[in-house]
Design a protein around this ligand. Structure first.
Ligand code: NAD
Ligand code: ZN
Length: 246
């Protein structure tokens, strides 16, 4: 499988990467579904919606503070480093991610499309234009308020019921239509419309390399090469194989 994957990466002229929460699992970030899923302990409708934020900003921000504390000090693992090297090698390798932890950018990758936003910044819920870094200082006294207009701040992630940033998702779909290979890492492909990105790639004739310890709805199709393993192990191995073949 890994050799077939190496061959596809080598031949590809328009590759794209698509990642989900499993990409960051080995950096210590929890996934939302599955064994240790975050949603098991919390009510997503309340904690991740504009309504929840307006009705009970204190409680909702407690949860964001907890999520922020978990991301503080989290570093990209070997799989991220390998992906950065792969991007340099291929020249162009856009990365479409559902993750909000900022680890793709932190590992030096360029052309990263954070289609679900980022936990690294916060802005005014009233859209007055105020925005700032989401750091330790911001979560010291909750809820954080906009210094310009006094409304509550929100993390710059896509909340339940909100549309995805239009420009980003439409570029992600265009990339899916045009690519010849999509490397899909650590996603259960259950969250729409993000999940449509790899399915669109398949419909348009691209190959998929799926890196995930568990099967997903993508697995099984004849254009999908599934490598059952962890991002932090498979991506470095794939990179090694490519280097052997220089
Ligand atoms: P998901 O939680 O639904 O699925 C995670 C997938 O990762 C599963 O298929 C699992 O088998 C796989 N996985 C687990 N460990 C892995 C590893 N070491 N290597 C490779 N794969 C592994 O995640 P999703 O599909 O991204 O959808 C959940 C949503 O939650 C996304 O929209 C995302 O925005 C959000 N989220 C983000 C983060 C983050 O930013 N780190 C964390 C949790 C959830
Ligand atoms: Zn404001």
């Amino acid at each position: 499988m890994i050799d077939r994957a190496r061959e596809l990466v080598e031949k590809s002229v328009r590759p794209v990467v698509f990642t989900g929460a499993g990409m960051s699992r080995e950096s210590g970030m929890r996934t939302f579904r599955g064994e240790d899923g975050l949603w098991k302990d919390f009510d997503p409708e309340k904690l991740s919606s504009i309504r929840g934020l307006v009705e009970d900003p204190g409680t909702v921000w407690e949860w964001y503070r907890m999520r922020f504390m978990k991301t503080e000090g989290v570093k990209p693992h070997r799989g991220y480093i390998a992906l950065t090297a792969l991007q340099s090698r291929k020249g162009s390798l856009p990365v479409v991610t559902q993750n909000v932890d900022g680890l793709h950018r932190e590992s030096g990758q360029r052309d990263v499309l954070e289609i679900h936003g980022s936990m690294r910044s916060a802005s005014c819920i009233r859209k007055c234009g105020f925005t700032r870094e989401l750091d330790r200082e911001l979560v010291q006294s909750l809820p954080p308020l906009c210094p310009e207009c006094g409304a509550v701040l929100r993390p710059d992630i896509v909340l339940f019921g909100e549309p995805l940033p239009h420009e980003l998702i439409s570029r992600a779909y265009s990339l899916a239509e045009e690519c010849d290979l999509m490397i899909v890492v650590g996603t259960s492909v259950q969250v729409w419309p993000a999940a449509g990105v790899p399915f669109t790639a398949i419909e348009n004739g691209a190959y998929i390399i799926e890196i995930n310890p568990d099967p997903s709805e993508l697995s099984g199709s004849d254009r999908v090469i599934s490598i059952r393993g962890k991002a932090g192990e498979v991506l470095p191995l794939l990179m090694e194989k490519l280097q052997e073949n220089l």
